[in-house]
Design a binder for this molecule. Structure first.
Ligand code: SF4
Length: 392
């Protein structure tokens, strides 16, 4: 018989320790969001559709929005893409950044189109420096911010020659030079990125840059690779920088569907205490003591609970050695052995069920806890962690 027990409300607004205070940066607007200052760190991604295929692009933006993306960037390589920007910017629920290389005229079109911001790559825009005053005026008049995006692969040839290769110093020199041109025009609404595919070079570049000004920084490891490698590179680089308080917005670059980038970015921020947590599975790695297939069980629990938006911490343990201890820390947990699973709610055993009923029993309790939170805190409290629902 099931013991009656108060399910309790997991703490959603708990004070979470962070590894370092945020480095003070100036705050800019990207559409209706803020980036920099004490604004929540945002997660960005980039569409992979042809931007001029408006339906496909808006569909992908909707999928990214649903997965927790805060800001989306779209490529703008042709006239047709530039002409699609007004509709995309208007219909997207999250701010759209136009990504401009080579042709300055698209910068002006993107500003006029109502994009939240425009990314410019000075190394790829011919005679870019001559255009800065006009770009500053157009952006200021429209209230649009910019990103100066320096990339190792398209570094200004003058700096490449001077430094021999895309060193941290070369990336930073390029960014600071361009920042100076904008600031000489009285324009300060821009953030900076200095991306490199090598983690150590990238980290060092951002560290150097953060010591030289209060620009909001967009973190990115460029061309990070396929999902497995790219995830590790991005987490190593972003984790190092975020642990030092550096970084105001992040983009995980993966050779994978962009929704995967957003999943990695949002979880990274959650795990670093920089974004309110959502569902978290705490599962043991299994060992010779395991009396259940922990890997399959953890996957089944994760799959079964994927629709739960409540910030539950669910422990899945292979035996009773660490089960009760982990379960005490978790909101919900199970420890398996001898063909049975003990179900814990806030550290107390509430049920013991046959092993093949563990997943469904955890789902039952998780849904009950989520329902209780919804009743006590309101529906909005469970609607994800997008900065738009956080107090700025
Ligand atoms: S909880 Fe048990 S099965 Fe899992 S790693 Fe620890 S000792 Fe091994």
């Amino acid at each position: 018989m099931t013991e009656a027990i108060a399910l309790g409300i997991p703490s959603m607004r708990e004070e979470r320790p962070v590894l370092a205070p945020r480095r003070p940066t100036r705050r800019i607007r990207v559409g209706d969001l803020s980036v920099g200052g004490d604004a929540p760190i945002t997660v960005q991604s980039m569409t992979t559709t042809k931007t001029h295929d408006i339906g496909a692009t808006l569909q992908q933006i909707a999928e990214l929005t649903a997965s927790g993306c805060d800001i989306v960037r779209v490529a703008c390589p042709t006239d047709k893409d530039a002409e699609a920007l007004p509709i995309i910017a208007k219909q997207s629920r999250i701010p759209v950044i136009a990504d401009i290389h080579f042709k300055p005229k698209y910068v002006f079109q993107a500003i006029e189109a109502g994009c939240g911001a425009v990314r410019v790559n000075p190394g790829n825009i011919r005679k870019f420096d001559d255009q800065v005053a006009a770009i500053c005026k157009a952006a200021s008049d429209a209230g649009v911010s910019l990103r100066i995006g320096v990339n190792a692969g398209s570094l200004d040839p003058r700096l490449l020659k001077k430094h021999g290769k895309a060193t941290p110093e070369a990336l930073v020199e390029s960014a600071v030079w361009e920042a100076g041109l904008f600031e000489e025009c009285g324009f300060h609404d821009f953030k900076i990125s200095v991306k490199h595919h090598d983690v150590v070079t990238m980290v060092r570049a951002y560290q150097l840059l953060s010591e030289m000004g209060d620009w909001p920084l967009h973190l990115g490891v460029t061309e990070a690779g396929p999902a497995f490698q790219g995830t590790i590179k991005s987490c190593a680089a972003f984790g190092t920088l975020l642990a030092q308080g550096i970084g105001d917005t992040i983009r995980v670059s993966l050779s994978a569907p962009p929704v995967e980038e957003v999943k990695v970015g949002t979880k990274l921020l959650e795990f670093m205490g920089l974004r309110e947590r959502k569902l978290e599975i705490v599962s043991c790695p299994s060992c010779g003591r395991a009396q259940v297939d922990v890997w399959s069980l953890a996957e089944s629990v994760e799959e079964g609970l994927k629709s739960i938006s409540a910030p539950l911490r669910v422990a899945v343990m292979g035996c009773v050695v660490n089960g009760p201890g982990e379960a005490r820390e978790a909101d919900l947990g199970c420890a398996s052995g001898n063909g049975k699973g003990q179900i814990f709610v806030h550290g107390k055993v509430v049920e013991t069920v046959p092993e093949d009923q563990v997943v469904e029993t955890l789902i039952k309790h998780a849904e009950a806890m989520a329902e209780q939170m919804r009743a006590e805190l309101g529906e909005d409290a469970l609607k994800g962690t997008a900065p738009s629902v956080l107090a700025l």
